[in-house]
Design a protein around this ligand. Structure first.
Ligand code: NI
Length: 257
């Protein structure tokens, strides 16, 4: 019934994958999509997807790992795009949070991977942190290459930014922070985003939802994020979960119907 549209099952903290997959399946999570950070984690995602029927994966290079993004890295990432369980290019984007960062290299890497996704007819999963203006600028300038869709993952921006994203036809994904006690702004955003444009995710192993903050996060916790979204939207959890699943299958069209 639930889908975790963005997790990092490849992370060493979740190394006991048998246990985590078993747990989330038992708790009603039918699908987990592994988001990549680099070529190596793209390949790890592919291995997990080949091992577990419920796992799908993205291929791509995260802006914070862009230092290692060269032609060879791009080739390894590109090699995975045609895999039947590779549902998107991601996570890609801009991150101006952790110094030092190379804005120009991040922007070039972001655009190059938008082109890659378009070439292989895949949607993209966008990471944007402390970089809203530049992210929106690049998305607008490359609008023609976004015809296979996109999602702004772990959204933490304003209602105004959400409005701009929706205007471009992009999905908005909510993670653990939506469940936090001080999430007033995010709650307003969640009220504002139409039900058919919402996705939910864990971004695990980090950002554990309430009431498990401080503990290890895993895909099973996506039910807590979806339940909070349902509450905000005035829907029951099952209906919200079904809508999110339908939205995810519309965007990540390679997911089995
Ligand atoms: Ni992530």
């Amino acid at each position: 019934m639930f889908i975790d549209t963005h997790c990092h099952l490849h992370d060493d903290k979740l190394a006991d994958t048998d246990k985590h997959v078993e747990e989330y399946l038992r708790d009603g999570v039918d699908i987990a999509i592994n988001a990549a950070c680099c070529a190596l984690t793209s390949e790890k995602g592919k291995d997990l997807a080949e091992k577990y029927p419920s796992v799908y994966f993205m291929t791509g290079c995260h802006p914070s790992d862009i230092g290692g993004f060269d032609e060879q890295e791009l080739l390894r990432i590109e090699k995975l795009t045609a895999h039947p369980k590779c549902v998107a290019v991601g996570e890609i984007g801009l991150d101006y949070h952790w110094e030092p960062f190379d804005k120009e290299k991040q922007q070039k890497g972001f655009i190059r991977q938008i082109e890659l996704a378009n070439q292989y007819k895949l949607p993209i999963c966008i990471h944007s942190r402390d970089a809203t203006a530049d992210t929106l600028k690049i998305l607008k300038e490359n609008k023609a290459k976004l015809q296979y869709g996109a999602v702004m993952h772990c959204f933490s921006g304003s209602k105004e930014t959400a409005a701009e994203i929706l205007k471009m036809g992009l999905y908005i994904s909510f993670a653990g922070p939506l469940t936090f006690k001080n999430a007033n702004n995010l709650v307003e955003v969640a009220k504002f985003v139409p039900e058919d444009m919402c996705l939910t995710e864990t971004d695990c192993p980090y950002l554990t939802p309430h009431p498990f903050r401080g503990k290890l996060n895993s895909p099973k916790n996506v039910s807590l994020v979806t339940a909070r979204l349902a509450e905000i939207k005035g829907l029951n959890v099952d209906d919200m979960a079904e809508k999110v699943m339908n939205n995810a299958k519309r965007l990540f069209y390679k997911l089995e119907k």
